[in-house]
Design a protein around this ligand. Sequence first.
Ligand SMILES: [Zn+2]
Length: 308
Amino acid sequence: MAGGQGGTGGPILWAPRVHNWPVPELPEVHALARGLADRAVGQIVERCTLTSFSALKTVDPPLDQLVGRTVTSVERQGKYICLDGDGTWLVIHLARGGWIRWYEVVPGTALRPGRSPIALRLRLGNGSGFDVTEMGTEKRVALWVVDRPEDVVPLAALGVDPLGAGFTVEVLGALLRSSSAILKTVLTDQSLIAGVGNAYSDEALHRARLSPYKKGSALRDDEVGRLHAAVVGVLAEAVDRTTGVDLAGLKGDKKRAMAVHGRAGQACPVCGDTIGQVSFATKSLEYCPTCQTGGRRLADRRLSRLLR
Ligand SMILES: [Zn+2]
């Protein structure tokens, strides 16, 4: 049915990937939040410099309300980093190009608004601190200063956390039955499941041996169970891998650990078939035909229509 590219034998590489850095998803955001907690909790915020004015989504309370406050916790909610400045929160969404760069000693160089990948620089009382950076031209990194994390509208709308106790096989089954969307879309819909993006949804679908374009509502009970185990497994393993990795090393770690995502044209580590790729809009997905689609190679346009 979807065999438009069948019979060509070799790998088909579609449009070039729009970017080649790993997009932060739940495990990376988890590790970044944990790394910030280890380093910043107990420190006083000495200075906060905003260099990407469009990134800050709130005006009241002002960013300066963080200054002079002690960092009391840093936690992850979905793909959001929530830094508690003793009752005033800085909430960070890294989107697709964002990252956290930690400094033991924050450089003294002046920041030029709009001229660097740095969106925000926060310096702590002991001289350490971090930048919120953004690669690429999308400029979707978002920052909020709020009295409570729930005041951040998209954060309040997040679905179930796939590493939380609330994410059971039954809950996943109900989510899948409630949607008419394909699995790739269901898994990456933040209002249903919070924190899974393009890479880990590819990995979970590969591990569960399910096609990305299969309808969620069409899954049998055993397939729902497989998918649940795969989602929890790939995320938990990724979080485990990040333990002890310094923040700068996380990006390389993510790429190396992928079985299919970002590996179009390479051999599937399970069956040896050539990993296929479908590109849509500004990203692409990867899958193994033998493991996931009964040997069929997916037509590009067909899937891109479905994913819209
Ligand atoms: Zn395979």
